[in-house]
Design a protein around this ligand. Structure first.
Ligand code: GDP
Length: 455
């Protein structure tokens, strides 16, 4: 257990009903007792764990608030240390004042993620679960939150641990056989090992595939709206975001910079950018907007290509169709409230998904949601199965899968068994890095530095 007792505000820095100051460490309860007096007249120091006390908070003998203090005794707490949590009135001033009083009473300011880091270091949760705490906090949809909660519950860690255990068992018999070839150790054959490696390969591939489906739900999607001027891009942006953000006019070339917005499309968060209409132009300012739009299109994960369904396609439309060819793109035939004049066949053959909609009436929004969900396979996402949270975990899982695949290839080609052992060992190390059993302290520090203070 670390000696330093830490304190931080665990609630957002904004006006609110309740603000929580969390104190954790060996002296947490003694420090809280210096600033919090229960109405019962007893000292907090005598309190048992899992107890709530009503009382007052003092700063230098001046009463600053009425509050409730929760006491947790080590090891039965979030961090595994003694914890006192003072729930005072929320707001920008009071919570800070209570924190200041705790710091003056002997606590040190907590670093970002330090409470959860201590929980990890004290064996309260593994690294995969700790990372899911952050995903849970930042989850913006039901599915993403359910997946993060599952990881926190240990679904992923158990699956990874079980894959690692299978590989460890194979490695143990392999090592015995390699080290003592002349002893009476039962022969380990490729036929015995192959099914184990194949089973682990299929389980790890499933986890990675699921991550790809779930990523749009957990991380969101960078999307861009493109189209020639006047097809209704700004109207669409306003329709999707639910308020007037982009300027809508009949005058071509009005949107020059890139207007960005976070919107929810079904369960998916989209960081969506409305760009200048892409067309050939002599106007210097407009052409800067057009090249910004082209660059944005190149790096987007999803392109929403808007066409005016009420007009025949022109050269600028064909230019956009061409640019979307190498991208993950959905064609939107806008102005569906007017008679269709655009060549739908051309659009159908160029895009995997075509949605007819009217940005001005909102009709077609559900179809767009459905298309996006199918495109990112989020409709197949199962939040109850083992889910990876974040790139670090995906890289570890991918490394483990590569090790297993190399082991299978080595077995099939009849390479010596110690080579198989090396590949399996790499896979085991990658899996243990994922759960944190073998992660370096630099990796651990880097993970927790991404957390917010107070968590
Ligand atoms: P942008 O240049 O692509 O951003 O296009 P705007 O959003 O500024 O829209 C251009 C014109 O098309 C405006 O007069 C809009 O009112 C009109 N418009 C946009 N969407 C629709 C639609 O779904 N139906 C109809 N009838 N008009 C629309």
């Amino acid at each position: 257990m670390e000696n330093r007792t830490i304190a931080a505000i665990a609630t957002p820095n904004a006006p609110g009903g309740i603000g929580i100051v969390r104190i954790s460490g060996e002296n947490a309860i003694e420090i809280a007792a210096k600033i919090f007096k229960p109405i019962s007249g007893n000292s907090l120091c005598e309190s048992k764990g899992y107890c709530a006390h009503y009382g007052s908070v003092f700063d230098n003998n001046e009463k600053i608030d009425e509050a409730v203090c929760l006491v947790f005794r080590a090891p039965k707490s979030y961090t595994g240390e003694n914890i006192a949590e003072i729930s005072c009135h929320g707001g920008l001033y009071i919570t800070k004042r209570v924190l200041r009083a705790a710091l003056e009473a002997g606590a040190s300011p907590a670093e970002a993620g330090e409470f959860t880091k201590r929980a990890f270091l004290n064996g309260k949760m593994d690294l995969a679960a700790a990372e899911s705490v952050m995903s849970l906090i930042s989850a913006s949809g039901k599915q993403a939150a359910a997946a993060a909660l599952n990881t926190l519950d240990g679904v992923l860690s158990r699956e990874i641990r079980s894959c690692a255990d299978s590989l460890i068992a194979v490695c143990a018999s392999l090592s015995a056989w390699v080290d003592y070839p002349n002893d009476e150790i039962e022969d380990t054959t490729a036929e015995d090992m192959l099914p184990v490696f194949e089973d682990v390969r299929s389980r790890l591939s499933d986890i990675i595939r699921r991550y790809d489906c779930g990523r749009a739900l957990t991380d969101g999607v960078d999307a861009v709206i493109v189209g020639r001027p006047n097809v209704g891009k700004s109207t669409l942006m306003n329709m999707l975001s639910g308020f007037e953000r982009s300027i809508v006019t009949d005058i071509a070339g009005t949107t020059r910079d890139v207007v960005e917005e976070r919107i929810m499309l079904g369960e998916i968060v989209m960081r969506i950018a409305d760009t200048a209409g892409i067309r050939e132009t002599e106007n210097a300012v407009e052409s800067i907007g057009v090249s910004l739009a082209r660059r944005r299109l190149e790096r987007a994960e999803l392109v929403l290509a808007v066409f005016d369904g009420s007009e025949p396609l022109n050269d600028d439309d064909f230019d956009i169709i061409e640019q979307c060819k190498s991208k993950r793109a959905i064609a939107l035939l806008n102005k569906s409230d007017l008679p269709l004049a655009a060549d739908r066949e051309v659009i159908n053959s160029a895009f995997p998904f075509v949605v007819e909609l009217s940005a001005s009436t909102g009709e077609g929004r559900n179809e767009l949601e459905k298309a996006v969900s199918e495109m990112f396979s989020t409709n197949e996402f199962n939040p109850n199965a083992a889910c990876l949270t974040g790139e670090r975990q995906r890289i570890c899982c991918q490394k483990a899968l590569s090790g297993v695949e190399e082991a299978i290839a080595a077995l099939n080609s009849g390479v010596t068994l110690d080579a198989v052992n090396v590949c399996a060992d790499d896979a085991i190390n990658a899996l243990l890095e994922l759960t944190g059993e073998k992660a370096s302290s630099a990796v651990v520090d880097e993970i927790f530095s991404r957390f917010c203070v107070g968590k």
